[in-house]
Structure formats: structure tokens, C-alpha cells
Design a protein around this ligand. Structure first.
Ligand code: ADP
Ligand code: MG
Length: 202
């Protein structure tokens, strides 16, 4: 698994979709999610030096995201990638089993930092089912597992629409947060679309 390609593809997809992410955040937040993540991911891609092992790529990208993204999502995505990179260690090759463990570590980091559980209408609603689906399909190889994770992330994100937000800025709206797609869940779908694209290229 080429983690550099994963992060580069995530940056491309967020750049292409930044306006939509920002519109989603304008509906139930402060309208900065697309811009935040786009800025953070540009910095993350720039921070990647040549010949980094896969785990170091994720740790470096995570560090850049924490310092450059801003908003609630910066520390969450950044913490997730740092923890995933740490789980990969110094290994030169990353198979589906190793990536499954790294994704689980990323989810744990997001939940430790943000204290959100499934159903709170956050990125966790896309991330948690995606990680579970990746783990289940890991035996079928990285491309199949990543596609399964993407499907689960999409379903999980869609399921945030009828929910009332219980964490983050959207929770200030109370019942008025109902009927909108959570922007962080939408960007998490892009994280897994990027993973599926990168895995399919190998
Ligand atoms: P901010 O809300 O500070 O403006 P962003 O707009 O960049 O930050 O990101 C908003 C997204 O962050 C939300 O849509 C949600 O998915 C995610 N989020 C916010 N708080 C939490 C939390 N405590 N746990 C998990 N995700 C969260
Ligand atoms: Mg925001």
C-alpha cells in the first residue's frame, strides 16, 4: 500500500470538493471545513520528503494537518494519521492486515480526542463502519478491502442526515442540525475514496 499516494489523492479529492464541504459546514457549522482541510492537506503533501517509509508518510502528514488545518477537524484527522503511522512503524511494505490495524488505531485516536460515538453525527459515523468493513475484508486484499470500506463510509455518512448533532459546532444548533449531511463524515468518505483509488492503482 502506497500511503503517499493515498494522502496525495486525498488532497486532490478535497481540493476538488472543497466548495461542497464548505457548503455542508455552512448549513450546520461555520462554513470552513472545505477550506480548512484543503489548506491542511496542501501543507501535508508539501511536508512529505522523498523516500519516507509508509508509516513516516502518515506521521508527517498528520503532523502537518494538526498544525495547519485549524478547526475541530484538524487535530482529529491529524491525530488519526499520526496514530496510524505509528502503528505501521518502520515497515517498508504495508499489507491489508497492517493497514487494518493502522485504521483501527486512527479510529481510536479520533474517539479518544473527540469523545464522539457512533450516532453523534460526526466523522466517526463514516470512519467507524469503514474501519470495521476494511478489517472484515482485509483477507481479500487491500483493493477489495478499501472498496468495502468506501461503501461503508458512504452509507455511514448518508446516515448522519436524519441525526441531531451531539458533538462539535453543529450540536449548538440542537434539533436544527437534523436534515443535513455532516461535513466531517463527507470528508471521511473522500479519505476512503482516496484509499480505494490508491489501492486500485497497485
Ligand atoms: P469546526 O467545527 O471547528 O469549524 P471543521 O468545520 O473543520 O471544524 O470540522 C467540522 C467537522 O468535525 C464536523 O462535521 C464533525 O464531523 C467533526 N467533528 C467535530 N467535533 C467532533 C468530535 N468531537 N468528534 C469527532 N468529529 C468531530
Ligand atoms: Mg467548521
Amino acid at each position: 500500500m502506497d500511503t503517499r499516494r493515498w494522502i496525495e489523492r486525498f488532497a486532490e479529492l478535497v481540493a476538488a470538493d472543497a466548495d461542497r464541504l464548505t457548503r455542508l459546514d455552512a448549513a450546520i457549522g461555520d462554513g470552513d471545513h472545505g477550506a480548512n482541510l484543503n489548506r491542511g492537506l496542501k501543507a501535508a503533501v508539501e511536508a512529505l520528503g522523498p523516500d519516507l517509509p509508509p508509516g513516516k508518510v502518515l506521521m508527517t502528514a498528520g503532523r502537518a494537518l494538526v498544525s495547519k488545518t485549524g478547526g475541530a477537524s484538524g487535530p482529529l484527522y491529524g491525530g488519526a494519521l499520526r496514530r496510524a503511522g505509528k502503528a505501521l512503524g518502520d515497515a517498508a511494505d504495508v499489507d491489508a492486515a497492517a493497514l487494518a490495524a493502522a485504521l483501527r488505531a486512527a479510529l481510536d485516536a479520533v474517539q479518544e480526542l473527540g469523545k464522539a460515538v457512533e450516532g453523534d453525527k460526526t466523522m466517526v459515523d463514516a470512519l467507524l463502519p469503514a474501519v470495521a468493513a476494511y478489517e472484515t475484508a482485509a483477507g481479500d486484499g487491500p483493493a477489495t478491502a478499501a472498496r468495502a470500506a468506501l461503501n461503508a463510509a458512504e452509507t455511514g455518512a448518508e446516515a448522519t442526515v436524519p441525526l441531531q448533532a451531539r458533538k462539535g459546532r453543529a450540536s449548538y444548533l440542537g434539533p436544527r442540525s437534523v436534515g443535513h449531511l455532516d461535513p466531517g463524515a463527507a470528508s471521511t468518505v473522500l479519505l476512503f475514496r482516496a484509499l480505494a483509488d490508491a489501492a486500485a492503482e497497485e
